[in-house]
Design a protein around this ligand. Structure first.
Ligand SMILES: O=c1ccn([C@@H]2O[C@H](COP(=O)(O)O)[C@@H](O)[C@H]2O)c(=O)[nH]1
Length: 281
């Protein structure tokens, strides 16, 4: 089964387009987690337990798994999410010369989808694109404030660069495995892109901590696949660290009961986001 077929089924089963971002910042892990073997996995496991019913997908960002222990934590996290039946999209923003990308693409043997950077051109992405069963999300109009610096640059045709990227990604979609990354902080661009590439599902980050537009994310981020809305709206810090408001979990005297309340807050945040997004579907 391809990634987008699996995602369609998962969205239907959970009635959710929420992508839960697993970005376990080591400086924000609740106190007792830091002492455990593979602290980032120990944290993610609790978060997955609390959120999986509302998760269409998990999106770990590779930056939060730097180092040998980090990569092990990532492998364990992916296996644990799969054990709960949830697909995993690795946000790694990869691309390089073809020979190097072939190595990068081997990660798709154990994750289901990946984000890629289009600025080295098609050959830099080909090893990803050739894996028709994996999802390949091409960065198009990112959510960060500087996203406009290059992506909005006007080409000789008068169109901004991000629109050319979208048109190219559409061409690259021969295997039906391509999506776009478009930030919820850029609602007008989201609307434009939906018109221009009506068939591509979007991964829309920028909800929650970055203050993006949830309604626009849903209205423009999804495409109909056999009567099911397919696309992903991601929140990372807004879900996994929601417990920080409920529990002061930084001290040495944090109890298991505190941790239970902490992760319950993450589950509640995922459920709340699912409900908010579903209002617009
Ligand atoms: O344009 C982009 C592309 C990727 N991201 C990533 O998504 C999450 C967002 O985290 P929040 O805590 O919900 O802000 C994070 O991994 C980013 O690197 C993005 O935000 N924007």
């Amino acid at each position: 089964m391809s990634f987008f077929e699996e995602l369609r089924d998962r969205i239907e089963a959970t009635d959710s387009v929420v992508s839960v971002g697993l970005d376990p910042d080591p400086n924000r892990l609740p106190g007792p987690m830091a002492d455990r073997d593979l602290p980032r996995f120990a944290f993610n496991r609790r978060i997955i337990d609390a959120t999986h019913e509302h998760a269409a997908c998990y999106k770990p960002n590779a930056a939060f798994y730097e180092g040998a222990e980090g990569w092990r934590a990532l492998r364990e996290t992916v296996a644990y999410a799969h054990g709960k039946g949830v697909p995993v999209l690795l946000d790694a923003k990869r691309a390089d010369i073809g020979n190097t990308t072939r190595q990068y693409a081997s990660v798709l043997e154990w994750v289901d989808a990946i984000t890629v950077n289009p600025y080295l051109g098609r050959d830099s992405l080909q090893p990803f694109l050739d894996r028709h069963d994996s999802g390949v999300f091409v960065l198009c109009r990112t959510s960060n404030p500087g996203g406009a610096d290059l992506q909005d640059l006007e080409l000789e045709t008068g169109e901004p660069l991000y629109r050319r990227v979208a048109a190219l990604a559409d061409l690259w979609n021969e295997g039906g495995n391509v999506g776009l990354v478009v930030g919820a902080t850029a609602p007008e661009e989201l609307e434009t892109l939906r018109r221009e590439v009506p068939d591509l599902p979007f991964l829309v980050p920028g909800i929650g901590a970055q203050g993006g537009d949830a309604e626009a994310a849903v209205e423009h981020g999804l495409v109909d696949r056999d009567g099911v809305d397919v696309g992903l709206v991601n929140s990372s810090r807004g879900i996994i660290f929601a417990g920080e408001d409920a529990v002061n979990a930084t001290g040495a005297d944090v109890t298991e009961a505190d941790l239970d309340r902490y992760v319950k807050a993450a589950g509640d945040a995922a459920k709340r986001l699912k409900r908010v997004l579903n209002r617009y579907r």
